[in-house]
Design a protein around this ligand. Structure first.
Ligand SMILES: *Cc1c(COP(=O)(O)O)cnc(C)c1O
Length: 219
């Protein structure tokens, strides 16, 4: 199927309350434009250099999301335009984003990444760390970032029950924090292989790449 057909099929089956981030990493501008022409305006990338190049060459009404691991020394390149940064995993990174948001006279929206998977390699905070972070003075001083929600990635496994459980745990934390912090509105969880499970477990933002654009040759 074409990108347009893939996109339409996914979009038709998404509840209206769920925002679709089309993950275009490694894909050329022509592929992005195909989805753009079919109506998609939110795209996600995981590498700063690629994100900046695509931002510069593609239509300016695209909302760009940074979904990958972000290094503090690269924040300055995306701070002028990035719409949402998904993978925040340290106070140091928040401070760097705040600094560059300030110098661009912006408030940058971010999601805190929560570690929910079994694998050791995935980045993110624990539930406890997030609750502590939100209460620290260092965090509350940061006026040019806005934490709008949480993001998580489930284990890469065929065990559906485990994926359900991991997403459910994140949703429980999200709902709990929402009662104290009204700015938390976004729960980003689910990718091509597991977004349907994620939606059942409360996700309202899914990051879908290969199901729209086809398999990637490299990551
Ligand atoms: C690549 C990526 C996705 C999309 O993965 P697909 O399996 O292609 O849908 C989602 N989230 C993050 C953080 C990614 O790096």
């Amino acid at each position: 199927m074409s990108i347009k057909d893939n996109f339409r099929k996914i979009k038709e089956n998404l509840p209206e309350t769920v925002t679709l981030v089309a993950v275009s990493k490694t894909k050329p501008n022509e592929s992005i434009l195909e989805a753009y022409k079919a109506g998609q305006r939110i795209f996600g990338e995981n590498k700063v250099q690629e994100l900046v190049a695509k931002y510069e060459s593609l239509p300016k009404d695209i909302e760009w999301h940074m979904i990958g691991h972000l290094q503090t020394n690269k924040v300055k390149f995306i701070a002028p335009f990035v719409h949402l940064i998904h993978g925040i995993d340290s106070l140091k990174l928040l401070e760097a984003i705040n600094k560059h948001a300030l110098s661009n006279n912006r408030i940058i929206n971010v999601l805190l990444q929560v570690f929910i998977a079994e694998e050791e390699t995935k980045f993110g905070f624990s539930a406890n760390e997030i609750e502590n972070l939100l209460e620290t003075e260092e965090f509350q001083k940061l006026k040019n970032i806005k934490v709008v929600g949480l993001m998580g990635m489930a284990s890469n496994t065929d065990n559906k029950q485990q994926i359900h459980n991991e997403f459910n745990g994140l949703n429980i934390l999200f709902k709990k924090l929402k009662t104290q912090y009204s700015s938390l509105t976004t729960l980003s969880m689910g990718m091509s292989s597991d977004y349907q499970i994620a939606i059942k477990e409360g996700s309202n933002m899914v990051r879908v790449g290969s199901s729209i654009f086809g398999d990637r040759n490299y990551v």
